[in-house]
Ligand binder design. Structure first.
Ligand SMILES: [Zn+2]
Length: 287
């Protein structure tokens, strides 16, 4: 109880902090021993499902929230990708145990055997060769980041092997080259949290998801319909005249994408106000 009073409650944690808790405390348990071999599809499917469940529970997201949207917003690579990276890093350090020359030599000799575990991994893990050639730690980090980013952008990854990929909600969520998390995921005060939580919910497709629009009594409240029907399209256009490109299909996403990084609380307030307008006009919210 004392912890809750001091702010240690999941209610007050920002989405970014919650996800950090997952990565630091929960994921390592699921990954125990994963560096030793490339897992079968059935095992990876189970790990993928667990990762998704854990992140949905932590972030309080419903089961039908887009997998790809979560992956993009939180820069979360698939467990298949984690397996390969951990495996490649492990083998790389086995070959470079500088303090243990004898072991390194032993590893070298056995690696050359046709039926060695190393050769087996090499066949299944395309990242080994690439990561082994990295000469410095920073080069290694950079290569790993590129591998993670390609995995995150690939809509066929991050779900069970039998799941159909879907990118409709998520395909415009930007993923930075450095894999820096968006600043909308971190807030310092509960007041900022109220605003930024709206932005996260909108970005994950939790506000307009094909319900009936109560403003015009038409079905299928798409993101584009919501911005046009509620009139916020015009309001935002008047205020953000410089926004020209419509690559995100609607102005709300375009403005939000543009201000995903850095501190833009006054602009985020406008976006949150717009989302509340949609909720009032199109979804019948009363407060
Ligand atoms: Zn409408």
């Amino acid at each position: 109880m004392q912890l809750v009073k001091s702010g240690y409650s999941s209610k007050y944690w920002s989405s970014g902090i919650k996800f950090g808790v997952y990565k630091q405390f929960i994921r390592p348990t699921a990954e125990y021993g994963l560096q030793l071999k490339i897992m079968d599809t059935s095992v990876l499917d189970a790990l993928e499902a667990t990762q998704l469940k854990a992140s949905r529970i932590l972030l309080q997201l419903p089961w039908n929230c887009s997998i790809q949207a979560i992956r993009r917003l939180f820069c979360m690579e698939s467990m298949q990708c984690r397996n390969k990276i951990l495996n490649a890093k492990f083998l790389r350090s086995m070959h470079r145990l500088e303090d243990y020359v004898q072991i390194t030599r032993l590893v070298q000799i056995t690696s050359n055997e046709v039926k060695s575990i190393y050769k087996d991994c090499l066949k299944q893990n395309e990242f080994i060769r690439d990561l082994e050639t990295a000469s410095t730690k920073s080069e290694l980090r950079c290569k790993i980041r590129n591998i993670r980013r390609s995995d995150i952008l690939d809509a066929k990854k991050g779900c069970k092997s039998s799941t159909k990929p879907s990118t409709r909600i998520s395909d415009s969520i930007p993923v930075s080259k450095s894999l820096r998390l968006s600043s909308i995921l971190f807030w310092k005060t509960e007041e900022e949290g109220e605003i930024q939580r709206d932005l996260v919910r909108w970005r994950l497709g939790r506000i307009a998801f094909h319900q009936e629009c109560l403003n015009c009594n038409r079905e299928s409240l798409s993101r584009k319909h919501a911005t046009l029907c509620s009139g916020i399209d015009q309001v935002l256009f008047d205020k953000y005249e410089e926004i020209e490109s419509f690559y995100s299909q609607n102005i709300l996403d375009t403005v939000l994408n543009k201000y995903m990084y850095g501190n833009h609380i006054s602009i985020w307030k406008d976006i949150s106000w717009s989302i509340n307008q949609i909720q009032k006009l199109c979804l019948g919210f009363t407060n």
